[in-house]
Design a protein. Structure first.
Length: 131
């Protein structure tokens, strides 16, 4: 079952990347979700097999902050635009969907992604000020 889910996520991700002409510099699969990052285009691709949409493309140009929220029921990243008008949530651990035995690994993953995203947001902000 796990391999079938991963193949489905892999297929959706590859289709999106191919259609957009992008390359994923980092990809991570966790449970029924996947997250990929295209550094050159500053895009995140979030795939949730049980979500409303098959995938979501997140343009980092539209965001200024990334926060990690850890609670008993959920671990998630929240991306916020300047002023908080736009907000996107990327769940890493959902208690009722994910194995509690994986929570520690998923928290570590969420922290790593937070660092990657925050670094990109900071680089973009610095480059805007330099112009």
């Amino acid at each position: 079952r796990k391999n079938t889910r991963r193949r489905q996520l892999f297929s959706v991700l590859n289709t999106v990347l191919h259609n957009k002409g992008w390359l994923a510099d980092k990809v991570e699969y966790f449970e029924t979700r996947a997250l990929a990052f295209d550094l050159a285009n500053r895009k995140l691709i979030y795939i949730d097999r049980y979500g409303v949409e098959d995938f979501q493309i997140i343009d980092l140009e539209n965001f200024s902050d990334c926060f990690l929220v850890q609670k008993e029921l959920m671990v998630k990243l929240i991306l916020m635009s300047d002023g908080g008008a736009e907000q996107i949530t990327i769940p890493f651990y959902i208690k009722y969907m994910d194995s509690p035995m994986r929570k520690r690994r998923l928290v570590k993953s969420a922290n790593e992604w937070k660092e990657i995203i925050s670094t990109q947001l900071e680089l973009h902000q610095h480059s805007q000020y330099a112009e």
